[in-house]
Design a protein around this ligand. Structure first.
Ligand SMILES: Cc1cc2nc3c(=O)[nH]c(=O)nc-3n(C[C@H](O)[C@H](O)[C@H](O)COP(=O)(O)OP(=O)(O)OC[C@H]3O[C@@H](n4cnc5c(N)ncnc54)[C@H](O)[C@@H]3O)c2cc1C
Length: 303
């Protein structure tokens, strides 16, 4: 119920405008969002690197409506890649196609992704294309598979809650494309997505095993301790080395688990979002765990 409410609110433009301009609301987000500026993301990355965690940086923004906004987002990613390289940080980038203009002009969006992937290849690093709602699944996979032929340093995300994902994973494995497996964060109808959490979890477990055995350096993205431990156990039983896959978690969530896995010799990458367009991302995090709202409000009123 609350989950649906937060997901519904995540699309309210007027609330979004108000929240993103409120300094109090910004304070509220600081647990999940590194800050507004590129420097904030780099500072957080340097700190996480010190603790042996690598990062993937997400310049927040989605569903832009002008080509100017899309080009501006591309430029932020290019700057990020240069600064990551210059400072020798253990980080790559994660981007969303609707932030690069997919809804405005698909050709321009593709050109922006090519420009970013080319710069990343020159700097010997990696670009992850996040997965958005099911309205974009097919177009995202097509774009990534097309570009991967020229830019093998590009990978994509798949969502265990979609029925189609098993087939998509097979295809991505066949093409040698790097996959991040997550459960999925959007409100999808039951005609295309598993209705029960237990079914999503079972599909995550099944696809994680497939990726561990035959995927190209897969990333298992979850805070579900039970599922991650099961995947790790499976990898050990099948002699998949720790360096052949990554565990990924979001900035500010299950920091205890992030540290524990690092101490056990696992590769852990933290997804670090930053930027002023934080509202939809923040609302999706509240939808996943409504109790976060009370936690954050308490934090806000504490002297
Ligand atoms: C690195 C990374 C990248 C992602 N990229 C995408 C993407 O491209 N597309 C997409 O649709 N989704 C993406 N997601 C989000 C993902 O789909 C889930 O919505 C999110 O990870 C919550 O699911 P879970 O696997 O943690 O399991 P859940 O069953 O939701 O949670 C398991 C446990 O984790 C903890 N937890 C989970 N969420 C929270 C939270 N918000 N606050 C506090 N504790 C929490 C709780 O202890 C909970 O019991 C990404 C997630 C990660 C970690």
């Amino acid at each position: 119920m609350l989950r649906h409410l937060f997901l519904f609110l995540s699309h309210r433009r007027s609330l979004r405008r108000w929240m993103e301009h409120s300094s109090t609301a910004l304070r509220l987000t600081s647990r999940f969002v590194a800050g507004i500026h590129v420097e904030d993301a780099l500072r957080v990355t340097a700190g996480l690197n010190q603790a042996s965690l690598s990062t993937t940086l997400d310049y927040l923004g989605e569903s832009v409506t002008t080509l100017e906004e899309a080009a501006a987002a591309r430029d932020v990613y290019l700057r990020l890649l240069d600064l990551i390289h210059a400072r020798n940080l253990q980080a790559n980038v994660s981007l969303k196609l609707t932030q690069l203009g997919l809804d405005v002009a698909e050709a321009a969006c593709r050109e922006h992704v090519v420009t970013i992937a080319r710069r990343a290849a020159e700097l010997d690093t990696f670009v992850r294309v996040d997965m958005e709602s099911s309205a974009y699944t097919a177009r995202t996979l097509t774009l990534v598979t097309d570009l991967h032929a020229t830019y093998p340093n590009i990978g994509v995300v798949v969502q265990a809650y979609l029925y189609r994902t098993e087939k998509d994973v097979d295809d991505l494995i066949h093409r040698g494309i790097r996959v991040r497996l997550c459960k999925g964060a959007y409100d999808e109808p039951h005609t295309i997505a598993f209705p029960k959490k237990s079914q999503v979890d079972a599909n995550f477990e099944k696809l994680a095993r497939l990726l561990l055995l035959t995927g190209n350096y897969p990333a298992l993205a979850s805070h579900d301790e039970k599922l991650l431990l099961s995947a790790i156990r499976f990898a050990e039983e099948h002699e998949v080395p720790k360096g052949a896959y990554e565990l990924q978690m979001l900035y500010g969530i299950r920091r205890d688990l992030q540290a524990r896995f690092v101490s056990q010799g696992h590769r852990v990458r933290v997804y670090v979002p930053f930027g002023s367009a934080w509202y939809p991302y923040f609302m999706r995090r509240l939808a996943e765990r409504p109790a976060n709202l009370w936690f954050l409000l308490r934090h806000l009123v504490r002297p």
